[in-house]
Design a protein around this ligand. Structure first.
Ligand SMILES: [Zn+2]
Length: 331
C-alpha cells in the first residue's frame, strides 16, 4: 500500500490544523485524492475527493495520525465526492485519509466507533433508518413509500426491526414482511403488535415505557414519546446500546420532560416537524438538556412540505454546546 501526503490546506486558519493523507490500494491504477480541504465559517471542514465513479470509498479522520477512525463510507456516481466533517469544530486538529473499497457488500453511511467495530448509519427516508453493526442489519421505522424504495437497494434483510408507533410514516406491515427473515425480531409498542400479521407476531417483542430487551447483543429500551398528536402510551422512542454506544431514536414526540433527562446518549435522532412533533426550538431545548454527543435531525418535513427545520435547528443550536449536528439527506 502506498501513501501519498498532500500539502496542508491553503485556507483560513479557523480550524487549528487540517491535513490530508490519500491512501492508494495496491492493485488500483487511480488513487483517490483530496482536491479540496476547506474550513467553513462554522469551522466544519469540507472535503472534496477525486474519486473515480462506480466505486466505494471510506474516509477516515484523526486528531492524531496514530489513531484513525472512520467518518463515512460513500459510493461515487460522478468522478468526485464531497463530504463535510461536522466534528471538526470541536477538535484541535484533523487529519484525513481515503481508501478505495470493493463494492461487494458495501453499506454506505456514517460511521460511529463502538467496542465491537463501527456502527454504520444510513438514513433512508423521513424517520426510516438503517444500521449495520457486527454483521447485523437493523431497521428503525422502515417505510413503504414507493418514492424512496431506491434507498433500500442492495441492503441486507433485517435481523432486527424497531417500530416506534402505528402511523403510516413509521409502520408498514408489508415492508416488515419484505425485510424480515425467519429469525428477525420485531420490537413494537402494543398498538403496532395488534396490526402485525400472525407470523410477524410470533417474532415480535412488545415494549412499553421503561421496558427493555436484548437482541443479538443489542439492548433496546423503550422510552417516552408523546404529544398532543401522539397519545401517551401509544408509541415509543428507543435507546439502543450497540457495542457500548447509546443511540436514541425519538419516534414522534413533543419536548417532554422524560426525554430531556435521558442520560449518556451518544447519538440522538430527533424529530422536528411542525405541527406534528417538535419545533426546532423544542429540539434545541431537548438537546441542551440531554447533551448527546451527536445529533441527527430527522423526521423534519413540515405539513406544508418544507424541509428547512433541520438546517434551522443546527443554526440556532450553534457550536457553543459542543454537540455535533449531522445534516443528512432524509428526503
Ligand atoms: Zn411521524
Amino acid at each position: 500500500m502506498n501513501t501519498l501526503l498532500l500539502p496542508q490546506c491553503r485556507c483560513s486558519l479557523s480550524v487549528a490544523a487540517v491535513f490530508a493523507l490519500a491512501i492508494l490500494p495496491a492493485l488500483t491504477q487511480t488513487a483517490p485524492e483530496f482536491t479540496e480541504i476547506r474550513p467553513l465559517t462554522n469551522k466544519e471542514v469540507r472535503l472534496q475527493l477525486n474519486a473515480p465513479a462506480g466505486r466505494g470509498y471510506r474516509i477516515d479522520a484523526a486528531t492524531n495520525p496514530a489513531a484513525w477512525s472512520s467518518l463515512v463510507t460513500v459510493t461515487s456516481s460522478a468522478n468526485s465526492l464531497a463530504i463535510t466533517d461536522s466534528a471538526a469544530p470541536f477538535l484541535p486538529a484533523r487529519f484525513y485519509r481515503a481508501e478505495q473499497l470493493s463494492l461487494t457488500n458495501l453499506v454506505a453511511g456514517d460511521h460511529v466507533p463502538t467496542l465491537q467495530g463501527d456502527v454504520v448509519i444510513k438514513p433512508l427516508y423521513h424517520a426510516s433508518t438503517f444500521l449495520r453493526w457486527n454483521g447485523l442489519a437493523i431497521y428503525v421505522d422502515p417505510d413503504d413509500d414507493a418514492s424512496y424504495e431506491p434507498t433500500y437497494a442492495g441492503l441486507p434483510r433485517a435481523d432486527l426491526i424497531l417500530v416506534t408507533h402505528s402511523h403510516g410514516d413509521h409502520f408498514s406491515s408489508g415492508k416488515i414482511e419484505a425485510l424480515r427473515q425467519s429469525h428477525t425480531r420485531i420490537i413494537v409498542p402494543q398498538p403496532v403488535f395488534t396490526s402485525l400479521t400472525a407470523a410477524q407476531k410470533t417474532n415480535a417483542i412488545v415494549l412499553g415505557y421503561g421496558g427493555s430487551t436484548n437482541v443479538n447483543g443489542i439492548t433496546v429500551e423503550a422510552v417516552h414519546a408523546y404529544n398532543s398528536n401522539h397519545a401517551l402510551g401509544t408509541g415509543n422512542g428507543y435507546v439502543l446500546n450497540i457495542g457500548g454506544q447509546r443511540l436514541y431514536f425519538s419516534g414522534d414526540t413533543g419536548n417532554v420532560p422524560e426525554i430531556r433527562v435521558l442520560q449518556n446518549i451518544d447519538v440522538a435522532f430527533l424529530c422536528m416537524n411542525t405541527p406534528f412533533t417538535m419545533t426546532p426550538n423544542d429540539a434545541t431545548n431537548v438537546v441542551r438538556t440531554m447533551r448527546p454527543r451527536i445529533v441527527y435531525p430527522y423526521h423534519y418535513r413540515n405539513q406544508g412540505g418544507t424541509t428547512t427545520n433541520a438546517a434551522y435547528f443546527k443554526q440556532i443550536l450553534g457550536t457553543d454546546p459542543g454537540i455535533e449536528v449531522r445534516l443528512r439527506k432524509w428526503y
